[in-house]
Every structure is written in structure tokens, then in C-alpha cells.
Design a protein around this ligand. Sequence first.
Ligand code: IMP
Ligand code: MG
Length: 179
Amino acid sequence: MKIMIQLHDKQFVPFISAQEIDFAIAKMASLIEDDFGDETPLFIGVLNGSFMVVSDFMKHYKKPCELSFIKMASYEGTASTNEVKLLIGLDQDLTGRTVIIIEDIVDTGNTLVALKELFKKQNLKHLKIATLFLKPEAYKKEIKIDYVGIRIPNKFIVGFGLDYDGLGRNLSEIYQLRE
Ligand code: IMP
Ligand code: MG
């Protein structure tokens, strides 16, 4: 891990190692396997941020499952906006399915609210939420988050799919904004 990296105008320092990330993802996969391994869950990754989490999660999940993606966006720079846009939606019938949303990070929860709304009219069997990272101090919504990988302080992070204005997604570790 580099001691410090620069993305646009900001500097970031190491925060969470690749090994810790992998451990947390493996644990989520194993818990979900225990809970839903006798069904064929449909995992839905939320683009862009979740692409690395989903990829590693799928490698750890050993039972039958399906995968799809949707694309949402709410962040501008290092701050969440209240408006969440659906940029790419779902194209299949989800009646009777167990759907498990895979998020990179839950911050304010605005994206989760929009996601819940999106699935409300579909007749799902279960809708569960899994997220690699959660910022408990920022999260103010009522929606239950079923699987949490790692809880982090209310700090802006990049790496492992997460970006600062487009940069940093390709880092295999998590870096945090230098104070
Ligand atoms: P929320 O709607 O405020 O919960 O934010 C959800 C989305 O904002 C996440 O899926 C990320 O794409 C992005 N996001 C939230 N916190 C961070 C962060 O610390 N770094 C980079 N992106 C973040
Ligand atoms: Mg996201």
C-alpha cells in the first residue's frame, strides 16, 4: 500500500487492507449461503461502485445463484446529493424471487430508499440488503440492512470500486481522505 495517494485535488491515506476486505466479503457470502442457499437468489449489484464487491462476492458464494446489475447515482464529489437517479433499470420479471441487493457502501441511505421504492411493486419473496461498508453515523433511515461487511466512521473513502469524482476505483485497498 502506498503511504499516500493523490486523486484530483485531494490526498488519501491507507485505511483498510485488501485482506480485511476479502475476509468481510467471504463472511457475508457464507452468511447468505446459510440463509438462502436452498433457493436460487438473484443478486443485484448497484453500479458503478459495487462492481468489485460483486465480483469477489460471487467467487465466494458457492451455491446456485443469478446476477444482474442496476445503475444508480447520487454522489457528486465527496458529498451525497438527495436526489438519486436510476440510470439503468431491471429487465426481468422478479415475481416470487429472493432478491439480494449488493451495495459497496451505505452512507445517508438515500440510495436504499430509492431501491426499496423500485422493488415495491414487484411481487418478491424476499428483498434483502447486503453492503460491504456502512457509515452508521451518517445512516438515518429506517430500512433494515441485513448484511454489513465493515462499519466505518463518517469519513470519505476511495478504492475497491469507490471513487472520488471518477478516480480511485481501481485501487485494491481502501484509502481515506487525509484530514
Ligand atoms: P447514500 O445514498 O448516501 O447512502 O450513498 C450511496 C452511494 O454513494 C454509494 O453507493 C456510493 O456510490 C456513494 N458513496 C457514499 N459514501 C462514499 C464514500 O465514502 N466514498 C465514495 N463513494 C461514496
Ligand atoms: Mg453505490
